[in-house]
Design a protein around this ligand. Structure first.
Ligand code: ADP
Length: 167
């Protein structure tokens, strides 16, 4: 059985991520979307909120997709899940340097696990979670970047952040 892992922060999940999940799920028997419980990276959404948004976003995709969270080393999590493929998305040359470093490091740590790269769907090549958050902060229209459920969650978050600041 071919099990792949697609790791990331998904803070929040965008249409670019969903496109990669859809395509990667067709290449494996099982795909695990793994949400990083990052301690130092400041996230807008908790791990549970991110998982909830991912689950809503993939409900109409293939049923061989699982959503989990992990901390610690990705290769250790992959081994525990019997996965030997890591999936990453490549948007532009700027992604390449970091991604190649990560892939080589993971391969050094465990050479049974390989990284495969899926090139972005051109229409989402500019898209990142940070861009979505930046646009949303200034009340810009984000409906072309995320699905409706996620859009509403982001709006609620922006309102709560702004409300919190006023108080
Ligand atoms: P980001 O905060 O940059 O969106 P994530 O950690 O959530 O980053 O990303 C997880 C993976 O998804 C990374 O491999 C990243 O390159 C990829 N990814 C993010 N956005 C896109 C996109 N629009 N198209 C293709 N891949 C993407």
């Amino acid at each position: 059985m071919k099990i792949s892992i697609y790791p990331g922060s998904f803070d929040p999940i965008t249409l670019g991520h969903i496109d990669i999940i859809d395509r990667a799920s067709k290449l494996s028997d099982e795909l695990i979307v793994a949400v990083l419980q990052n301690i130092d990276k400041k996230s807008w959404f908790s791990v549970d909120e991110r998982i909830d948004m991912i689950k809503h976003s993939i409900s109409n995709l293939s049923n061989n997709i699982k959503v989990m969270s992990f901390d610690g080393l990705l290769v250790d999590f992959a081994k525990k899940q019997n996965a030997n493929i890591i999936v990453r998305g490549l948007r532009a040359v700027t992604d390449y340097e970091y991604e190649i470093q990560l892939a080589h490091t993971n391969r050094e740590l465990n050479d049974n696990i390989d990284t495969i790269f899926l090139t972005t769907n051109l229409k989402y090549s500019y898209l990142s979670s940070s861009v979505v958050k930046e646009v949303a902060t200034f009340n810009g229209d984000i409906h072309k970047f995320v699905n409706t459920y996620v859009e509403n969650k982001i709006k609620e978050k922006v309102a709560s952040i702004k409300g919190f600041k006023i108080i």
